[in-house]
Design a protein around this ligand. Structure first.
Ligand code: RAM
Length: 898
């Protein structure tokens, strides 16, 4: 029996607001049987869930494609729900037709921005006239009267600033920080809410709170505001379809009213100030008092940049309860959530009207055990709540988030009840896809920390850190971590959105700003007058789309970014004194490398070396993209270009006898990983790397640039022994050192907390920075051995090559790919045999290299000889290694001789 599961449109389950003309459909095929390959599919689209009338029927389509099938035969109409289902014929031992999949749907949105008839409305300035109201968030409202039975109702909304919609006093939807952060001048996403249920006959109050958000609040470390504009405004359109076939549209316009809300201040970095005494019964329809309610102002602002939301919204993903309440030596009362998290605290409190309680958020306690805010810099992370004094009150903030493990409480009555506090974890609601476990508890904690680093820093944009006055979409950090990120969660929609902003903010010369979305240049003080295009940072333009292509087989995305990728390498071409070297301009170099000079953040590896190495790498990836997209002429030109860079690199950085002239770990790592050396020069670099590690007593000195590739390079060089030693080191500097210091997320610095418990300087010491979490890639793709194949991307062909090493007795990774779950695990059992368990999803196939297997004859699959086991389509034996070609299914191999 074959069964179809996880039918998705544009990666999403039943999405609303799809505005692409030809969305893509994907599904997965499950079966108990091995070797399942799809032979044909049939796809049907209907306007009704029962498929009474079929709008489009593909008929039987003889193809194996089950991922990103483009719906290009129907002309989609705006604001319409399309139901679809799929059936396949798959071949295992025999050809079988499946049942129809469950019915899924997608719904189109506004599609054409000229259909926005609503107007931008803003609170009148009189509301902010009093000094104490200057920061107050406005509340806008209107009333809607429904006289007939509603069949369907949708709200389409966006804002300059942030908005939260309310319906008769209740929050609408579970999207947070809407409309998200984009390069607002060029792209502004809108959201869709299904409010059919809420819209019974009668009069309804609709409210919208407006906050500063990224649009006009403080951003960057220079305490500047109004990055994108100075006025918060709402754009709102409610389409009501009645049972009788008629329609009404309610839009934001001058009939709306505005007043000040109970939110006296709300800032991303600083937190929120809320006075519950100011709450209004605003939805009752009574408070029409003109002292309180004013007419809104219509503002002129373009709508042409409004666009569909492609990524998942930020949602509350989980709730953590505090594990303890502490009294610090300084006498503070502090909650410990046991996990460095991102989101906010929801709390219950009781007391007299006017009483004020305060929460301040920090990541760590200092050496003495006191609450420590130093590394949060100028971000206040403070929630201040004034009670209304009417029994139990519950509060959670609106337009701000905090990065924290510890919360300093002020004004709360003793004894503190832990039940009264909940840590609400907020992040982009991506599907968790990767799971890793092994025999070492500290390595498992490291993986946990990687996952939490991703949660906390994937709040609509990939940020460097989520707590201090920074929280920016740093390109370098994103490209270093993206491969790991793509194992841990499905990040395709998330990065598709971010790459659209990257493209939008790319300079006319092809340069890439340091962070995306970009800020104004004056926000980047401290970097001189350069505000873009450092090597290894700007290369995100190329590395990110390519990585997504490999992981998800997303050709459309690659095509969409292709020009931007080319513009980036062209930009580099124009920079150097020699077009094939990049030896000019500002670069971050091997950022935070431990071999840096005192008082510098830049590691010892020559910056021109790093820049030229990345230049070569990016050109090689654009060449691969050209190949994948069938652009033969480009491929030829790019291949030649790449050769010239390699030649220039070798001329500049390789001695005549074949040594790299830059004797750092990172230099060897980059040259090896990017294929810049070959033959004896490659051997020398491998040897040198081992020697440099030995000099450090098998410890790394690498920074942001070298660290992600260090272990992969060692494994490729046949030095798993060394890679495992680095992984398992527990003293400084190492990944596990921070675990021994209690880390629950990845630190920015190898020595964020020093051996004696003191801190690295407060000026840049985040405890939630995912860059060094890029070791995750190695755990999945080498330790467990699951790798994509660029020729058959999206894990259509899975390369599985587990690489056991000293110090671990077993490891297992599970990865939900576009085709389904891939599993790879190895275990040295008590009898000293190697056991390998592998799962290959339906309609995919795998090449499995059995680690340490001497001969195929000695390997059993579930007790049977390999030649007799189902699903194994080929067996290769070569120089003491056994490689198998596998069809889909679950396998269990056992053999001696590791
Ligand atoms: C820091 C950021 C980021 C890094 C840049 C160069 O401010 O936190 O991680 O990419 O510097």
């Amino acid at each position: 029996m074959v069964q179809i599961v996880k039918v998705r449109c544009e990666y999403l389950k039943n999405p609303l607001g799809i505005d692409v003309l030809h969305p893509r459909i994907s599904w997965q095929i499950q079966s108990e049987e091995r070797g399942i390959q799809q032979q044909a599919y049939q796809l049907q689209v209907s306007l009704e869930p029962e498929f009474g009338q079929v709008l489009w029927d593909s008929g039987r389509n003889d193809t194996g494609q089950s991922v990103h099938v483009v719906l290009d035969q129907i002309e989609l109409k705006a604001r319409t729900r399309y139901f679809y289902r799929v059936k396949v014929w798959a071949c295992g031992q025999q050809l079988e037709g499946s049942d129809w999949s469950e019915t899924a749907y997608f719904e189109t949105g506004i599609m054409d921005y000229s259909q926005w008839t609503a107007e931008w409305i803003s609170a009148p300035s009189v509301l902010a006239a009093r000094e104490e109201d200057a920061e107050r968030c406005p509340l806008l409202r209107t009333f809607v009267t429904v006289e007939k039975t509603v069949k369907s109702a949708r709200i389409y909304a966006t804002a300059l600033g942030m908005y939260e919609l309310q319906w008769n006093g209740n929050r609408i939807g579970d999207h947070y920080f809407t409309p998200g952060w984009t390069s607002y001048g060029k792209r502004l996403q809108y959201q869709v809410y299904d409010v059919t249920e809420q819209l019974g006959v009668g009069t309804h109050a609709i409210g919208a709170l407006l906050g500063n958000g990224w649009y006009k609040g403080e951003l960057g470390w220079t305490q500047k505001k109004e990055t994108y504009g100075s006025r918060a405004a709402l754009l709102f359109q409610l389409h009501i379809g009645y049972e009788d076939g008629t329609e009404d549209v309610v839009v934001s316009g001058n009939d709306w009213q505005a007043t000040g809300s109970a939110i006296l201040m709300s800032e991303m970095y600083h937190g929120e100030r809320y006075d519950a005494r100011l709450e209004l019964e605003w939805h009752s329809g009574q408070a029409t008092d003109s002292d309180v309610w004013h007419s809104v102002e219509i503002i002129t602002h373009s709508k042409s940049m409004i666009t569909q939301q492609v990524n998942e919204p930020v949602r509350p993903a989980e709730i953590l309860k505090p594990i303890a309440v502490l009294q610090t030596p300084e006498g503070d009362t502090v909650l410990d959530f046991g996990q460095n998290m991102v989101g906010w605290v929801k709390f219950e409190v009781e007391g007299a009207a006017g009483h004020v309680v305060e929460l301040q958020h920090a990541e760590v306690l200092d050496q003495a055990g006191n609450f420590y805010m130093g590394n949060i810099r100028k971000a206040e992370q403070r929630i201040q709540y004034t009670l209304k004094g009417k029994g139990k009150e519950t509060f959670e903030p609106h337009f701000t988030f905090q990065g924290f493990r510890y919360v300093l409480l002020t004004g709360f009555k003793a004894p503190i009840l832990l039940e009264a506090f909940s840590g609400i974890v907020l992040h982009s609601d991506m599907e968790r896809t990767g799971f890793f476990e092994c025999s070492d508890a500290k390595v498992n904690q490291l993986h946990h920390n990687i996952v939490w680093g991703q949660k906390g820093n994937f709040v609509d944009v990939p940020t460097d850190c989520p707590q201090r006055d920074e929280r920016l979409g740093w390109t370098g950090d994103a490209q270093m971590f993206i491969r790991t990120a793509s194992y841990v969660m499905n990040v395709a929609p998330f990065f598709t959105k971010w790459l659209l902003d990257l493209k939008a903010d790319q300079t006319p010369e092809g340069g890439i700003p340091f962070y995306i979305p970009n800020l104004k240049p004056e926000f980047s003080e401290g970097w001189g007058d350069t505000s873009h295009s450092s090597a290894a940072w700007g290369d995100a333009a190329v590395i990110c789309p390519w990585t997504l292509y490999e992981a998800y087989g997303d050709t459309r995305l690659l095509e969409a970014q292709y020009d931007s990728m080319n513009q980036w390498i062209q930009y580099i071409f124009e920079q150097g004194s020699d077009p094939y070297l990049w030896n000019t301009g500002f670069h971050f170099g091997d950022w935070l490398g431990l071999d840096s000079k005192a008082d510098s953040y830049v590691g010892a590896t020559d910056r021109d070396f790093v820049a030229t190495a990345y230049y070569a790498y990016s050109v090689s990836l654009v060449a691969k993209a050209a190949k994948a997209l069938g652009k033969a002429a480009d491929l030829e030109r790019l291949a030649l270009w790449h050769e010239k860079i390699i030649a220039a690199f070798q001329h500049e950085f390789l001695t005549p006898s074949g040594r790299l002239s830059v004797p750092t770990q990172t230099a060897q790592v980059l040259a090896l990983r990017f294929g810049l050396v070959s033959g004896t020069a490659k051997e020398k670099a491998e040897h040198k790397l081992a020697e440099l590690l030995k000099e450090q007593n098998d410890h790394l000195t690498t920074g942001f640039v070298g660290t992600p590739y260090l272990n992969p390079v060692l494994s490729e060089a046949g030095r798993n022994d060394l890679a495992y030693r680095l992984l398992l080191q527990e003293d400084y500097p190492s990944w596990l050192y921070q675990i021994t210091k209690g880390a629950t997320t990845i630190w920015e610095h190898w020595d964020g907390i020093k051996e004696d418990g003191s801190f690295w300087s407060a000026d840049m010491n985040s405890f939630n920075h995912y860059a060094y979490g890029a070791i995750g890639e190695w755990l999945y793709s080498y330790v467990a051995g699951i790798q994509p194949d660029e020729e058959q991307p999206g894990f259509k062909h899975v390369k599985i090559s587990p690489q056991p090493g000293p110090g671990l007795t077993w490891a297992e990774a599970r990865l939900m790919t576009m085709y389904g779950m891939v599993v790879s695990s190895w275990r040295l059992n008590e009898a000293g045999q190697m056991e390998i368990q592998v799962t290959v999803p339906g309609n995919a196939y795998a090449t499995l290299k059995l680690p340490g297997a001497q001969s195929a004859a000695r390997v059993l699959e579930n007790g049977t000889a390999l030649a007799k086991a189902a699903g194994i389509t080929a067996i290769h034996e070569e120089a003491g290694s056994v490689t198998l070609a596998l069809g889909s299914g679950q396998y269990h191999f056992t053999y001696d001789g590791h």
